[in-house]
Design a protein around this ligand. Structure first.
Ligand SMILES: Cc1cc2nc3c(=O)[nH]c(=O)nc-3n(C[C@H](O)[C@H](O)[C@H](O)COP(=O)(O)OP(=O)(O)OC[C@H]3O[C@@H](n4cnc5c(N)ncnc54)[C@H](O)[C@@H]3O)c2cc1C
Length: 407
């Protein structure tokens, strides 16, 4: 399927040769994913991925969200149209590396140095990055399953994190946890696959979303040197890293599920153009079908619009704390883009499946996989209730109609 996502990209800013190489790599990657899924073995997909420049565009476009974001958007949109689960695994690498590559930390020199170190390691050693927010499925919402205890020359990490996608492919893990009695902290854990103190456990979702490689991870007395601490709550600038990362995450999540939506529309289009009714006329000429597909295209178009608006806000976060208002706006718009994008994608895939009918599950129709995986969009990172509550509060706590918030 040709890339339909070019609106966010200022094509004049990227040299034509670079652009061509990007498209060639992306086409090869999409083909590798299709054949790896057919063979039920994603190792060839990851080999192809690592061999291209695509995982490391965070280095090429560092400090340039205007180029990095559309590139990540295109990659995830294309992969999301093949397998939302595999795209989700890769999305975790993209949002973390992109946030690191574009976070404006210059006013906090130690944080800036640690950002540059991490970026340099990822690009020069060609590392894939997984991450976990340490959340667990406990009786109380929001509980963390891990903790870091300060020691003489570093930290000791213990506990379990329920969610880590890309778990068996990543080289490096970014761990968000709490330093006991202090507050949040971000640690970088190298050599993820060979670290005896890190147990990469079973699939969290044993059947659904299997290709996201989402697993529980347990830390058994993992000793980390002080340099492994990349950011913590003592720095006012570092405290903004979490919302900044979240804006990238929610926006790129929208990208991959909108890719599923675009593919579903394309499957419906192919079916309607390639099938005739009993009267011998193509179904695509039926007025009802024209209206149905128009409705899906409009839903997709407006969800894309929300994502594009968020992108424009994210580009404006260039210096902190100066651009705090822009960051807050980007975070709110990312919630809206993710909320609307994932909901719309689920509705579009459902409608396209009903249009195509039972043959969506026969043979190798893309709609089967999309149908099974698209529903995960609503489930994270932020769940609908959290986003709705935030928006509701903004409206109701405002003495007058909040024009600026909703513009
Ligand atoms: C496929 C998949 C892969 C993932 N991969 C990763 C990963 O690699 N790394 C990582 O760190 N995380 C990952 N996550 C986790 C993700 O980032 C979120 O933490 C997670 O999706 C939140 O969902 P939860 O069910 O755990 O939320 P919970 O907070 O446990 O919420 C459960 C339910 O409670 C209700 N609820 C929650 N909060 C509120 C509220 N404020 N008001 C009212 N009702 C509420 C909602 O109905 C919600 O669905 C992944 C999640 C999924 C689904």
């Amino acid at each position: 399927m040709s890339s339909v996502l070019t609106d966010l990209r200022d094509r004049t800013a990227r040299p034509a040769l670079l652009q061509e190489r990007f498209e060639n790599d992306l086409t090869a990657l999409a083909a590798a994913l299709e054949s790896a899924l057919a063979a039920k073995d994603l190792s060839t997909f990851y080999r192809t991925f690592r061999a291209t420049r695509l995982p490391f565009i965070c280095g090429e476009y560092r400090d340039n969200a205007r180029l990095l974001l559309p590139a990540c958007f295109d990659i995830l949109h294309r992969l999301g149209g093949i397998s939302p689960a595999a795209a989700l695994a890769v999305e975790n690498h993209y949002y973390v590396t992109s946030a690191v590559a574009t976070f404006p930390a210059a006013t906090d020199p130690p944080l800036e140095a640690s950002r540059q170190r991490l970026l340099h390691a990822v690009v020069s050693q060609r590392l894939l990055v997984a991450n976990t927010n340490s959340k667990v499925h406990a009786a109380k919402l929001g509980e963390l399953g891990t903790v870091a205890r300060p020691e003489a020359n570093g930290f000791r990490i213990n506990g379990t994190a329920a969610y880590t996608s890309l778990a068996t492919q990543a080289d490096l893990l970014v761990l968000l946890t709490e330093i006991e009695g202090e507050g949040f902290a971000v640690f970088v854990i190298p050599e993820l696959q060979s670290n005896p103190a890190v147990e990469i456990g079973p699939y969290l979702f044993p059947s659904a979303m299997i290709d996201s490689d989402t697993r529980c991870i347990t830390f058994h007395d993992l000793l980390l040197p002080s340099e492994a601490l990349a950011a913590d709550s003592r720095s006012a600038i570092a405290r903004q890293l979490i919302p900044f990362e979240m804006a990238w995450h929610q926006l790129l999540i929208a990208a991959l599920y909108l890719g599923a939506a675009a593919r579903a529309i394309d499957e419906a289009r192919l079916f309607l153009r390639g099938t005739t009714g009993r009267d011998g006329r193509p179904l695509a000429e039926l007025d009802g079908m024209i209206v149905d597909i128009g409705r899906l295209a409009l839903a997709y178009r407006s969800a894309r619009g929300a994502a594009e608006k968020c992108g424009e806000a994210l580009f404006l976060v260039r210096e902190l704390p100066r651009d705090m208002a822009q960051l807050e706006r980007a975070v709110n718009l990312a919630s809206a883009a993710k909320y609307h994008g994932t909901q719309t994608a689920e509705a579009i895939v459902t409608a396209a499946r009903r249009t195509v009918g039972a043959r969506a599950f026969a043979g190798s129709c893309a709609l089967e996989r999309l149908s099974q995986e698209v529903m995960f969009g609503a489930l994270g990172p932020e769940v609908g209730a959290v986003i709705e509550r935030r928006y509701g509060r903004q409206i109701l706590e405002s003495a007058s109609y909040p024009h600026e918030f909703l513009s």
